[in-house]
Design a protein around this ligand. Structure first.
Ligand code: NAP
Length: 284
């Protein structure tokens, strides 16, 4: 790790999670702070659910620049905040907080992070009017779906193991102008012939269970289909391997991880994030 000198003016940015030991955010943000010569320090704190309010009060009292939240605090933080962005309100989840003159302002950068990663990986892709299928209906699926609707996708299909959860998300999406529908997970294969983008927003295939078969078999993947997996460990999930064999373009979750962090960096510092510096701290 790069050597840094801190002094009486150093400001803190934190991560509250439980656990946090394996987070990539501290090296990613500290490398970015160092690259821009910012007198800031990012540290991760293992905060059990019962201590979140105390931890947040401490951050406010110590005038931190802000903090990130990860599992299990993304929803529990909401009543502790002074303001939340429209996206975070829609999602009912916050992953980034700015502290401005003692006020706590909450954001959710996951969905926009995914979209920026997609734009970076596939600059020619125009999703307006296109059909997108998302597997999953959890926090990540909802965040990505929210952004895709803002992007003007034509038809959004959510396929989830628990159908009622997908239906609840679809109802919420359609209230903000989406044309979304829920289908059973078993019907995904039949939807793909006219689909532009397939996104796995479930943890199926994630370390340490990387050798499970993909939720969609290779035979169901037409070669025009762009296949994304939000998982970044392993970098090539069983779904992405199947997609590559089927001749499909693919994208893993590393870019989303990078860009959600880059958006948070800009919210805190007001500076454009040094993407290459931050990316160098992430696993390949
Ligand atoms: P979550 O809120 O717990 O939702 C998980 C979703 O996956 C639910 O819809 C769940 O279905 C479904 N699921 C879980 N196990 C399944 C199984 N065995 N078969 C079929 N479906 C299953 O989790 P999340 O926060 O949305 O995260 C989802 C994935 O996105 C994780 O792999 C996470 O690592 C990844 N992610 C990546 C980034 C990034 O920066 N790259 C950011 C956020 C999340 P039920 O409703 O039936 O339980």
């Amino acid at each position: 790790m790069q050597e840094r000198l801190y002094n009486g003016k150093t400001k803190l940015v934190g991560l509250f999670g439980y656990p946090v030991e394996h987070s990539f955010s501290p090296p990613m943000h500290n490398a970015a702070f160092a690259a821009l010569g910012l007198n800031l320090c990012y540290l991760a704190f293992n905060v059990p659910p019962t201590a979140l309010a105390e931890a947040v009060a401490g951050a406010r009292a110590m005038d931190w620049l802000g903090f990130n939240l990860t599992i299990p605090h993304k929803e529990a933080i909401l009543p502790l905040l002074d303001e939340i962005s429209p996206e975070a309100e829609f999602l009912g989840a916050v992953n980034t907080v700015r502290i401005v003159e003692g006020r706590l302002l909450g954001y959710n950068t996951d969905g926009e992070g995914f979209l920026q990663a997609l734009r970076q990986g596939f600059p020619q892709l125009n999703l307006a009017g296109q059909k997108v299928v998302i597997i999953g209906a959890g926090g990540a699926a909802k965040g990505v779906a929210f952004q895709l609707i803002k992007e003007g996708v034509g038809r959004l299909i959510l396929a989830n193991r628990t159908p009622s959860r997908a239906e609840a998300v679809v109802n919420a999406l359609n209230k903000i102008g989406g044309a979304a529908a829920a289908i059973p997970l078993a019907q995904v294969a039949g939807e793909l012939a006219d689909t532009t983008l397939l996104i796995n927003a479930s943890p199926v295939g994630m370390y340490p269970h990387a050798d499970v078969p993909p939720l969609v078999p290779q035979e169901a993947l037409p070669p025009h289909l762009l296949v994304c997996d939000l998982i970044y460990n392993p970098p090539q999930t069983s779904l992405l391997q199947a997609a590559r064999r089927a001749g499909c373009p693919t994208l893993n979750g590393r870019g989303m991880l990078l860009h959600q962090g880059a958006i948070a960096f800009t919210l805190w510092t007001g500076h454009e994030a040094p993407l290459a510096v931050m990316a160098a701290q992430l696993p390949d």
